[in-house]
Design a protein around this ligand. Sequence first.
Ligand SMILES: [Zn+2]
Ligand SMILES: [Zn+2]
Length: 378
Amino acid sequence: MRLVQSSALLEQARRRRIRIDRCELQSAVELARLAASGEHEEFGFATAVDWLRITLHMREGDVRDRLFVGEQAGHVPASVAAMEAGEIGFGHLVLIAKTRRALVDSVHQTLSFDELQLLACAREESVGRFYYTCENYRYACDAAGYAEGAIGQHLLRELTIRRRRDGMSTLWGRLDPVAAASLRSALAPLARRQGKDDHRSFKQRLHDAMTERLGAAQEARINITMSVETLAGLKGAPAAEIEGQPPIAQPTSDRLSCSGSLRRFVLDSDSVVVDVGRSRRVPSPPARSALDGRDQGCVWPGCERPASYCSPHHLVHWARGGSTDLDNQVLLCYFHHRRVHEGGWQIFRDANGQITTFRPPPNFELRETPGADPGAAA
Ligand SMILES: [Zn+2]
Ligand SMILES: [Zn+2]
């Protein structure tokens, strides 16, 4: 019974969608006529798109799509008929119209636009898949024009890092296809969940993957400034600072100075620099190789992060008397290194090299709450 009902509902939805698509086509033709009239200036708008977008409560991209269809509808009659018959959707028609327009506009076109070839694909493919078919078709007809378009697109690339009032920063960008693919392939493997105990959201994991990746690149050219008291972990000591950033809390400055991807400046009580560098805490290249060779990767039980993404952790922090000998160091990945310094976990290695970890006590103040996603609540 339920099957019958849903198939009847589906048929009803399909018929309604065809009617909506036909209305969209009529609307597109109207919008194109309005845009061609040039009347937007009389209404005080700089462009026809702005005029229509604001007057008709539409998104800019939606207006542009309809203008393509309205302009091109007379040149793609078979596609219009196929849409009216419900064989393709309005989304397919938008792509066909855009492809024709791009080819007609191009001065380099080597093959003429073949509507029927594209329409045959549109009948078989989803709108999402058909987008790539149209792009490939455009390339086949007009490789030089496509390359020109790619150069124009590349000019639009941008990336901004903006400080927020709360001390966090917002990263926003428009990446060209190669940059986007590189970023994705660089971060995706590191953004996977690290065991069932890993309660970070995907967005948080992606953030951490970026931090981990950049840390692995080594030689990050950032400086951390801290006082002798901070380094010793004394009560009332001022916070460590990274240039241009708000104060860094003690557990984090401990972690940063532990692994050594930063250059540190230690100041005495008169703000005189008493120690610069990182030779004491960062293993020399042969020592790091020995550490990599011994630990192979993150030593946290169950973690499989390879050595190249890990940083050395001093079981007893070097600023509190821990040695820089291999015995006092283990490799930890970003996630587990954070767990130790900021998360209150403890990690030990016994005489046989066996690693043991202990959860923080339930009342541990700095514990990073599992499952918490501040971004979701904001
Ligand atoms: Zn550490
Ligand atoms: Zn790990």
